[in-house]
Design a protein around this ligand. Sequence first.
Ligand code: GLN
Length: 484
Amino acid sequence: MHNKTIAELIEGLQKKTFSSVELTEHFLARISQLNAQFNAVITVTAEQALAAAAKADERLAGGNAPAMCGVPILHKDIFCTDGVRTSCGSKMLDNFVPPYNATVVDNFVRDGAVMLGKTNMDEFAMGSSNETSFYGPVKNPWALDCVPGGSSGGSAAAIAARLAPGATATDTGGSIRQPAALCGISGLKPTYGRVSRWGMIAFASSLDQAGPMARTAEDCAILLNSMASFDDKDSTSVDKLVPNYCASLNNPIKGLRIGIPREYFSEGLHPGTEQAVKKALANLEGQGAELVDISLPSSHLSVPAYYVIAPAEASANLSRFDGVKYGYRCDDPKDLQDMYCRTRQEGFGEEVQRRILIGTYCLSAGYYEAYYGKAQQVRQLIQQDFDDAFKSVDLIMGPTCPSPAFKFGSKGDDPVAMYLEDIYTIATNLAGLPGMSIPCGFVEEKPVGLQIIGNYFDEAKILNAAHQFQQSTDWHKQAPEGSL
Ligand code: GLN
């Protein structure tokens, strides 16, 4: 059962080939047998899952149940879950049990999906390797000595290892697409505002966006149908009709104009990755798409602009963790100042503290205009590049990240090398555009991702191209050894 896609599981549930309780028991058993190898799941909600599955079976028996009814999934531990610890990968929130669900979680409850548990992640979603988690790193199912990517590495590894057929994730600078690429699965970051951020622990509010991860584009479409909604509790949620993302998957892509940015095929790109991506593009060309050479001239500015804007917003968002309201508090504080200082020193890991320091510095009086103000201007340039490009193309494609999964510890003491992991993904967050990664080959026996970027609210177009690619290739069907 664990090798079936979500689409196939839905069919099985609706035809009563198996029940949601059977399916849930099967995935819970896999998690308890295999998760220790990967450390992908950090909280298992078995009892709750079985109760939800029994309820889903009742709804299925009544007929007319929503598509996701009875399908087991995992949630990244950044989404608040009522009565279930929500740690955000941090010691700071190791004891935090929210009294409510994030809107994304509630949307899945509404549709009868079954939560199996919560996935590991980089602390406060800051990282590209999962090495910053308080709960220890996640291992890549394709190579246990390599990282799964981050920050949604737990969700990506769990799907690759068939511990769940789908999961939620978030992407501030690449955290859905980069781990999807490194673990050989599919992951979509929607347009900013498409999915509610309410109840999702904030990292950089103008960049954060939740999205689905699964093995196929079709499954991502099914998940997005449940996830996307207008939410008046999120002031940046966009009140725009949510289309049925499955409806256009089978459209032919003949005549689709695909922009290939020159800047995404330059220095630093692994030759094997380049080859796999070019082969994927040739496949799409073979299906009648037209490849168009384009330029995104401000691309080289995206990493520096992001590493001002994201830490600046993070420093403000994380000021709420002070030992007073919730989360960790240091032992025996001498006075209020001592409590603030030691709580934050002991509760936050090194990378989170580095970001708070950078952000606070960039926002301080006298530097604000020079750093934050300048970075916002650069952001405009990056957005303008995409606006110009989308005048002549329908989608933009290239590699998701410069190279395949790397070994643990190999970038740990060099933050800048780690930051360059997101060199191709960050610009879409700065512009607020949707982007996806799908598997398109292997380098050194590790998966490679093809990135597909769309114009605002063009998720259906991205998913259509991704699905058509997956109809004529089987990279998304490959499984790491031992997981079949
Ligand atoms: N790797 C990037 C960072 O560390 C992006 C993380 C993310 O998208 N959450 O900021």
